[in-house]
Design a protein around this ligand. Structure first.
Ligand code: C5P
Length: 416
């Protein structure tokens, strides 16, 4: 996308000189770049450099160029906002939504992707305040790069170095390309408008004591992708989220849960009046029989006590046997591995018959596939174990493939 409108925010760190080179690289590719330094950044690189290389006037405060209401103008016109370097102070102000200069005010008005490249001393990068600010920004969808490790300002070295301009440029261009791809994608038909869909995602955690739990590797990506795709297709979506490793998508209602018991309650409550329940969460089959209220202690010379497990309710099977709403279409997921007793599909067929869900999406898991991975492949079976469809590709592709099957089973248009 040559000719994109990029806002380059620069905050006050010694690495600001690398932003000069980034500006040059972006300009050489034909992009229009508006530089918004903080007052601190101008202590390192002066206004004249930014103005001469960008070809635009440069302001640090909303009171300069006020006639244009620059932060709103920049926010509306930007295709990408890059902050490099992002200092600890800038991350903190962005995380708390401050608007005390032109850059932070612009950060509150942009709707385009935002890339931040932190740079600071290792101690500052690793301080819990910075760690929390970065987590907040990432949860909001800001792309915060990890700094490089290496020589810092003085003799010291460690994580905190601003990546080289070429790496910053590559990250910026990748985000631009992705944003362009999303914008070019045709919007899916609103074939689920008027439908209420409940989706469980993530993995349950069963407490062993106040600090430990039995859990699983589910990231929640597939369930989150289904929730996002269903919302795009017009459904009213409730996401029952168990310990997600990824942010919940916009436009869905989220109920956070931790344990299987909580997930069961939340799903059954939400299922009343729902057209579809998709159980994409990895639910623990067992939980510790007891979870003491105090931490289990290590006693020198004494072997650890064995952990007694008891079986959890099978929420999916219960939804089929005792549905909160008889007309709800119940969809399950089965993460399988093949073994000497049968292939992935054979195990999937047996599970489909056992659980009786309207649809069961079977996928193979192993150390490198299924969990956490970006790509996925599922075979969809009906309650008799017959193959009724397949979906593969990214987790978004799988989500839409599964929703195609669900939509065709729901029939008609809207929830009437
Ligand atoms: O038996 P398995 O765990 O492979 O079954 C997977 C499907 O069953 C998933 O849809 C999962 O959400 C659901 N499940 C459940 N309650 C359990 C275990 C699994 O609802 N206790």
């Amino acid at each position: 996308m040559p000719g994109a409108h990029i806002v380059l925010g620069v905050s006050g760190g010694i690495a600001a000189y690398k932003a000069v080179l980034l500006l040059r690289l972006l300009r050489e590719r034909g992009h229009d770049v508006r530089v918004v330094p903080t007052a601190g950044a101008l202590e390192f690189v002066g206004k004249a450099t930014w103005e001469a290389l960008s070809g635009h006037p440069v302001h640090t405060s909303v009171f300069e160029g006020a006639a244009e209401v620059e932060h709103v103008m920049l926010g509306r016109s930007a295709d990408l906002l890059v902050v490099a370097p992002a200092t600890a102070d800038l991350l903190s102000r962005a995380a708390t939504g401050r608007a005390d200069d032109l850059l932070t005010a612009t950060l509150l008005t942009v709707t385009c992707p935002v890339l931040m490249a932190p740079a600071m001393h290792t101690e500052m990068w690793q301080h819990p305040a910075t760690v929390a600010n970065v987590a907040t920004l990432r949860a909001r969808g800001v792309h915060v790069m990890d700094p490089d490790s290496g020589r810092l300002t003085g003799q010291d070295s460690g994580p905190g170095r601003l990546p080289e301009p070429e790496a910053l440029e590559a990250a910026a261009l990748a985000l631009l390309a992705r944003a362009e791809g999303v914008a070019a994608e045709p919007k899916p038909a609103p074939d689920l408008a008027g439908r209420r869909i409940v989706i469980s995602a993530g993995g349950t955690r069963e407490p062993l004591d106040p600090v430990r739990f039995l859990g699983n590797r589910s990231s929640g990506r597939q369930g989150v992708a289904i929730a996002a795709a269903a919302a795009q297709r017009g459904a009213d979506v409730e996401l029952v989220a168990a310990n997600l490793a990824v942010p919940a998508p916009p436009g869905v209602r989220v109920t956070g849960v931790e344990t299987t018991a909580q997930l069961r309650d939340a799903v059954r409550r939400a299922a009343r009046g729902a057209d579809v329940v998709v159980m994409a969460a990895a639910v623990a089959d067992f939980r510790p029989a007891t979870a003491p209220g105090v931490k289990i202690k290590k006693v020198a010379g004494r072997p650890p006590a064995p952990i007694e497990l008891v079986e959890n309710p099978d929420i999916l099977a219960e939804l089929v046997a005792d549905p909160p709403d008889a007309r709800t279409l119940v969809v399950g997921f089965a993460a399988e591995t093949g073994d000497e007793t049968g292939s992935v599909l054979e195990h999937g067929r047996a599970k489909a018959r056992r659980k009786g869900a309207s649809l069961l999406a079977v996928n193979e898991v192993g150390p490198a596939v299924g969990f956490g991975d970006v790509a996925n492949q599922v075979t969809v079976l009906d309650a008799n174990g017959e193959i009724v469809g397949e979906a593969s590709g990214t987790k978004d592709d799988v989500a839409h493939g599964l929703l195609d099957l669900i939509a065709s089973r729901l029939g008609g248009v809207g929830g009437a």
